[in-house]
Design a protein around this ligand. Structure first.
Ligand code: KG4
Ligand code: ZN
Length: 335
């Protein structure tokens, strides 16, 4: 049996979790800083680091307490090594190093996006080959995994990440941070959607582009303003959401067919979007493939996903050392 303590501080959530055998959540604690950043309309890196420093010890202790384990029960300590905000990452890494050093535990550095994918292992056993649709604030990728620990990016965004586009559109619509859930909420109130472009790119491409769509939203708002027209903001939000979901789902369906995978898994903060979850579920309902969609708490940043991924690395004998450093631009590589 393995019992892994995992820590995640790459952005604006201070999170710690205890994961047993890579698939069982003993505890999953998330302290969000959302309110501190909301008045600035986005995450302020310096504020994020300070908050992490203030609460990381308490969050780790709470995770151990809730899991009813002590440091002596742990097999290893895992932490997000990157990508993310350097100052924010450093807080988690130093906390993890201190625990590993004090208790003689192995230290496992986890890639944040690999973590998002492995969140699905807490839902059901991963079956390979699989296809992951990763949609977060910094990433939009279709990733083919031939086997455990192997990542092949088959498509990615050429400009904005999808979550970033949601956040920018939210700002243009005068919605508060975090943008994604607020755009979705507004879109849900609309009766009809405004027709906005879909960015398909080249016929065979699995890449994405969201900056044109974002510009279409901004142009519509500006044009209406200049002509003294009151924009139907809800219909605009719905049009944006429909365009995003159409493209994400169509490319995922096409990739699933081409790569003939056993599972399709959804990952990242935007996976919390109900419209996307529903459209994917419908698209794969009659196909010979299993779709895994994590519960909302495992879509947005958390440490349980880091623990789940660390377990897989641990089985392969991978662990880091005290020289581990924050790697804000860490590429996703196989382990
Ligand atoms: O994975 P995540 O929590 O942090 C990163 O690793 O980036 O993703 C955050 C992103 C933000 O851009 C946020 O607006 C978006 O996920 N998001 C959503 C929803 N909930 C969060 N986007 C659309 N609909 C949602 N319901
Ligand atoms: Zn994330």
């Amino acid at each position: 049996m393995t019992t892994i303590l995992a820590i995640e501080t790459s952005c604006d959530e201070t999170a710690a979790a205890v994961i047993e055998n890579g698939d069982t959540i003993r505890s999953n604690v998330v302290a969000t800083q959302m309110e501190s950043h909301a008045r600035f309309g986005g995450v302020v890196p310096e504020i994020a680091s300070r908050h992490h420093v203030e609460v990381v010890t308490a969050v780790v202790e709470e995770a151990l307490e809730k899991a009813n384990v002590t440091y002596q029960d742990l097999t290893a300590v895992a932490v997000t090594e990157g990508p993310g905000l350097v100052g924010a990452l450093l807080v988690g890494i130093h906390a993890a190093k201190a625990i590993a050093f004090a208790h003689g535990l192995p230290l496992i550095g986890v890639h944040h996006i690999a973590g998002h994918i492995y969140a699905n292992q807490l839902v059901a056993k991963l079956q390979f080959p699989l296809l992951a649709l990763v949609v977060s604030g910094g990433h939009t990728e279709l990733i083919y995994m031939e086997k455990d620990g192997h990542f092949q990016v088959i498509g990615q965004t050429r400009d904005d990440a999808v979550g970033e586009a949601y956040d920018k559109v939210a700002r243009a619509l005068a919605l508060p941070y975090p943008g994604g859930p607020n755009v979705e909420q507004l879109a849900d109130t609309a009766e009809a959607a405004l027709d906005l472009p879909r960015s398909w790119l080249e016929k065979d491409s699995y890449d994405f582009s969201f900056s044109g769509l974002k510009s279409a939203v901004l142009n519509r708002l500006n044009n209406d303003k200049q002509r003294g027209i009151v924009t139907d903001r809800a219909a605009l939000a719905k049009g944006f959401q429909e365009s995003v979901v159409d493209v994400l789902v169509a490319k995922t369906v096409r990739a699933q067919a081409q790569f003939n995978v056993k599972q399709v898994v959804l990952a990242g903060g935007v996976a919390a979007n109900k419209g996307l979850r529903k459209a994917l579920t419908e698209a794969f309902a009659n196909k010979d493939v299993t779709l895994l969609v994590p519960p909302l708490s495992l879509c947005t940043d958390n440490a349980a996903m880091i623990g789940a991924c660390a377990h897989s690395m641990w089985l392969r004998g991978i662990s880091g050392n005290m020289a581990m450093n924050a790697r804000p631009g860490l590429p996703l590589s196989s382990f």
